[in-house]
Ligand binder design. Structure first.
Ligand SMILES: Cc1cc2nc3c(=O)[nH]c(=O)nc-3n(C[C@H](O)[C@H](O)[C@H](O)COP(=O)(O)O)c2cc1C
Length: 166
């Protein structure tokens, strides 16, 4: 066994953490709903599947988010897994709120969940639980309906968009 050279006494400042977290590749989802008659939503790379029974997924939202307090008022939320051609749409969904859905084809369910028509997978969800987690809140979502298409996902890695090769 070799002696570890991994330095364990570190200053874990946000820039260092962001860089380290970015090593882990992820997909990106749009979390969206109709609130007061207009689509509201954001891009999130913190999405993950959680449970089959009950069917649960999660994402983490920053406690500074101005959108989440509105979004959480919706009865149902749509989660859309973005496709590899959605890089610009993803930037838009993270940008100025008034432009987030401009020229983005969307559908609204009867319960007010908003999904992107060209997404790879779509989930109709409602909030199951919110868990405080530091400067973020882990949002557990219960699934009510799912559908998916064949295609390549958008990949977020080291602060850049990419796609799967092969
Ligand atoms: C690729 C990508 C992934 C993101 N992932 C998250 C995330 O997981 N959680 C989060 O709170 N914000 C995430 N954001 C930022 C949000 O999309 C949005 O910009 C942020 O919530 C600020 O907007 P708001 O104040 O309207 O919520 C991400 C942005 C990008 C571009």
């Amino acid at each position: 066994m070799s002696i570890s050279v991994f330095p364990t006494n570190q200053d874990l400042d946000p820039a260092r953490l962001r860089e380290a977290f970015g090593i882990f590749p992820s997909g990106v989802v749009a979390v969206a709903a109709e609130v007061d008659g207009a689509p509201v939503g954001l891009a999130a790379s913190s999405f993950t599947s959680v449970s089959l029974d009950p069917p649960l997924v999660s994402f983490s939202v920053a406690n500074t988010s101005k959108t989440w307090p509105q979004l959480r008022r919706a009865g149902h939320l749509g989660v859309t897994v973005l496709a590899d051609h959605h890089g610009q749409v993803c930037r838009q969904l993270a940008g100025p709120v008034e432009d987030r859905f401009t020229s983005v084809p969307i559908s609204v369910t009867g319960d007010g969940a908003v999904v992107l028509d060209e997404g790879l997978a779509r989930f109709d969800c409602s909030i199951y639980r919110e868990v405080e987690a530091g400067d973020h809140t882990i949002v557990l979502l219960e699934l009510h309906a799912v559908e998916h298409a064949v295609g390549q996902p958008l990949v977020f890695h080291r602060s850049a968009f990419g796609r799967l090769v092969g």
